[in-house]
Design a protein. Structure first.
Length: 295
């Protein structure tokens, strides 16, 4: 399925606001989600589409992933959005209301046709799925396998709350079930899983940190964000600490030196599965710039 990349933080911003884009480009977010769905009023959507296409072509994103949330792929706007952002060179298209495999298969068909029209390498454009309704969560196990273009599943708590009546508290314990379901489906399909934006109190930076730490413990890979002030603490939450990196290096080195199936490190039994986990820690640390390529 998808090739692994760093997606600790994907920052949403309205697709028709150049000032927000400039600020986001200066942030440390791993990717930017140019939004032409919920963040744009209906009468401005066509203008936003053209602004996003131009931004994809001309703005310097550096190493940031270029993501666009399009309108519903079965709507009149959806097909035009996909054509425009494929032409602009988006890395990933985020599909809202991914309530069934058929939604992603429709998106895949539109993307493939757009790549052919615009001479883009077929298969270049990846897809992300927003799981944000009750029926979307019920079908997530099938949706995760709908297309080989799927790179990431994201939890959208706002619409999920509207769909289900869930009212989260400050600790977001109510999100344990949906985020766990999404994470397991993503893992089974070889995709990544991202948590929902922190919206309880945007000014509460420590709340955003705690939310991200909770999601990392659940096994998620990163978090969608709606405000640039959350980027630093969420990046930190999803980046291995110095202590974690040192332990991972110790485990990998000891296991490779021993040359046998099971060893002990600091009193803990270490087998091949633990070593694989520690290698993942080191891979993330390298991508995050916390470890040199050869270490």
């Amino acid at each position: 399925m998808s090739t692994f990349r760093l997606r600790r933080t994907l920052l949403f911003l309205p697709g028709n606001n150049p000032r927000f884009l400039q600020r986001a480009l200066e942030s440390e977010a791993d990717g930017l989600i140019l939004d032409i769905e919920d963040a744009v009023a209906p009468e401005h959507k066509l203008q936003a589409r053209e602004m996003v296409r131009e931004a994809l072509r001309t703005a310097d994103f550096g190493r940031k992933e270029r993501v666009v949330r399009v309108n519903n792929v079965t709507s009149p706007q959806g097909a035009g959005d996909i054509d425009a952002v494929v032409a602009g060179g988006a890395d990933l298209i985020l599909v809202p209301k991914a309530d069934s495999p058929a939604v992603l298969q429709t998106a895949e068909h539109l993307v493939t046709a757009a790549e052919r029209r615009h001479g883009a390498p077929e298969g270049r454009t990846q897809l992300g799925a927003l799981i944000e309704t009750a029926i979307g969560l019920i079908n997530v196990d099938q949706t995760a396998f709908a297309t080989p273009r799927l790179a990431v599943l994201c939890f959208g708590a706002g619409d999920f709350g509207l769909s289900t009546g869930i009212k989260p508290g400050p600790d977001e314990a109510e999100y344990l079930y949906p985020e766990s379901r999404i994470m397991v489906a993503a893992r089974a399909a070889g995709a990544m899983a991202l948590g929902t934006p922190w919206v309880e109190n945007i000014a509460d930076i420590e709340g955003a940190r705690r939310s991200a730490q909770r999601e990392r413990r659940l096994g998620l890979d990163g978090k969608c964000l709606i405000h640039p002030t959350h980027v630093q603490v969420v990046n930190e939450a999803f980046t291995p600490s110095g202590e974690e990196i040192a332990y991972a290096q110790k485990v990998v080195t000891a296991y490779e030196s021993a040359g046998r199936g099971a060893i002990q490190v600091a009193g803990k039994l270490i087998e091949h599965l633990h070593v694989a986990q520690m290698r993942q820690v080191l891979d993330i640390a390298r991508l995050a710039g916390k470890l040199s390529a050869g270490a």
